[in-house]
Design a protein around this ligand. Structure first.
Ligand SMILES: [Zn+2]
Length: 90
């Protein structure tokens, strides 16, 4: 006798949760790519520490990313000028 697994039907709320999770995941991937591009553009060298840089934001396409490496530890700090786009420290 074969017992079929119980059918699970997705509710509209389930579909909405899944769509939101996928959107969050896509945004994190996008943000990781931007962080990688900035880190590659300004690697942690003495010449790049403690200086402000900027570039256009590829995520929102309208903002300006202001970024800098800490003069103390070389951490990369970045923020887009578009409210709610992103801010991170790496
Ligand atoms: Zn942006």
């Amino acid at each position: 006798m074969i017992i079929a697994p119980r059918q699970h039907r997705l509710t509209p709320a389930d579909r909405q949760r899944i769509a939101k999770a996928r959107a969050r995941e896509a945004r994190l991937v996008e943000l990781a790519e931007v962080a990688e591009q900035l880190a590659r553009a300004k690697p942690d060298t003495p010449a790049n520490r403690g200086k402000p840089f900027w570039t256009h934001c590829p995520i929102c396409k309208t903002g300006r990313i202001n970024f800098a490496r800490s003069s103390r530890n070389g951490h990369l700090h970045a923020r887009c000028s578009t409210e709610g786009c992103f801010i991170f420290m790496q």
